[in-house]
Design a protein around this ligand. Structure first.
Ligand SMILES: C[S@@+](CC[C@H](N)C(=O)[O-])C[C@H]1O[C@@H](n2cnc3c(N)ncnc32)[C@H](O)[C@@H]1O
Ligand code: SF4
Length: 397
């Protein structure tokens, strides 16, 4: 199971910091996404199901490049930028739809990206404002290279729901390796900019907003010294959680022997990092090193049958509604659930015929999609549940 720094005893730190166990569980892949899987299956069959969360992945409208960074480990690195985007007015009305569902509202909206960074999007502030005013839990995943105009006021003045979070993918403890890990040319100290931005967000003291960091371990940022330094930084600036994990090998990525950023021996490497973590003092920050691939036996690219579209659909940067956060670019347009520029959210979401869903499974294999780790676990939970046979009969598989 997850290797939480022995030195600090996660539960004790949580109590002292008045922190939230649910938050640490989410960070460490131990959250139960669906509380009652059998009931959820019944709702899929009745067409009254409501997603546990929706991920939005807005993409910058200007410029040719999809993202402000070119992280060599990025699982979205193979995405094509067709230039198509959802109009901001349409985006806002889609968000309003999510709190006016015929069978209930979506309680949580994740603002993230697949080959994009949400804070690089020109109109991200009104989107975030809308989610907060709609009283949904918000989760933002970003590199925090820049704090968009008005964002500080929007989050400061908004009334955030409990469980909201801002996760910064830090991935480094030293400026040089920060640049290498994120595909940034030159020797500009970008890491210090990120640290400054985290400090600004912390200084706002936003109620109900947990600020955490993630660290994908690569061959460029894995020295003991750097792991210790990153823990020190997070403690100094008041980051509440720091999670080390190994990147998934991106689709279409070929491992080469030399100068490879993705480390092949993932389990051995994360065990080594876990030892460094357990030997490093961390008074303020809950630090963990996790190996979900080993813990949850994630041993294949995708878990079929896949039910991600019911649980955690995603709006891609091109405005299509997709099955999940990792099949959400124009490369997967043949699997789109609907073009939201032209069609409503719920109309697209409920447009399914269980008997034909297996066609999507073959499309997934053809398009070579890859399961996000938490959705792999969700698919596993559904398949292993008591009522799965009921669903299987409807699916005709
Ligand atoms: C795709 S990014 C999008 C949001 C934002 N641009 C960022 O990097 O935080 C979302 C999260 O996925 C992580 N990620 C990217 N490539 C990954 C991979 N190959 N395996 C596991 N996580 C990955 C990033 O580190 C980040 O925490
Ligand atoms: S990991 Fe995030 S910042 Fe890096 S290229 Fe991918 S989407 Fe952009």
């Amino acid at each position: 199971m997850s290797n939480i720094s022995k030195d600090l005893n996660a539960d004790q730190v949580l109590v002292e910091k008045n922190n939230d166990q649910a938050l640490v569980n989410r960070v460490n892949y131990q959250a139960k996404y669906i509380k009652n899987v059998d009931e959820f299956i019944g709702k899929i069959i009745d067409k009254t199901v409501v997603p546990i969360q929706l991920e939005i992945q807005p993409g910058r409208e200007s410029g040719k490049k999809l993202c402000w960074m070119s992280c060599p480990y990025c699982y979205g690195g193979s995405a094509d930028n067709t230039g198509t985007r959802l109009d901001i007015d349409k985006y806002l009305s889609v968000l309003d739809e999510t709190v006016n569902g015929p069978h209930g509202n979506i309680k949580k909206i994740i603002v993230a990206g697949y080959a994009t960074d949400p804070l690089h999007y020109e109109h991200v502030s009104p989107l975030i404002k809308k989610i907060i005013s709609n009283k949904q839990i918000i989760g933002i995943h970003t590199k925090l290279l820049k704090i968009p105009k008005d964002l500080d006021n929007i989050v400061k003045e908004g009334d955030l729901q409990k469980g909201s979070y801002l996760t910064i993918s830090l991935d480094a403890g030293f400026p040089d390796s920060y640049n290498k890990t994120h595909g940034l040319p030159g020797s500009k100290n970008v890491l210090s900019k990120i640290i400054e931005n985290i400090k600004i967000m912390k200084s706002l003291k936003i109620n109900n907003l947990n600020i955490g960091a993630t660290y994908l371990v690569t061959s460029a940022n894995n020295s003991d010294e750097e792991i210790r330094e990153s823990i020190k930084i997070c403690n100094e600036i008041g980051v509440e959680t720091l999670r080390f994990s190994m990147p998934q090998t991106p689709r279409g990525y070929t491992l080469t022997e030399e100068e490879d950023i993705i480390i092949k021996e993932k389990t051995k490497e994360i065990e080594r990092i876990a030892n460094v973590v357990s030997e490093t003092k961390s008074e303020n920050c809950v630090v963990s090193a996790v190996d979900p691939d080993k813990d949850f036996k994630i041993d294949k690219t995708r878990y079929l049958p896949c039910f991600a579209r019911f649980v955690h659909p995603a709006i891609g940067f091109d405005g299509q509604l997709y099955h999940c956060s990792e099949s959400s670019s124009p490369n997967f347009s043949s699997m789109s659930l609907g073009n939201l520029q032209e069609r409503g959210f719920w109309e697209s979401y409920y447009d399914y015929d269980l008997e034909k869903i297996k066609d999507a499974f073959s499309e997934m294999e053809k398009n070579a999609c890859m399961c996000d780790r938490k959705l792999f676990i969700v698919n596993q939970n559904i398949t292993e549940s008591k009522n799965f046979n009921l669903l299987k009969n409807h699916l005709k598989i």
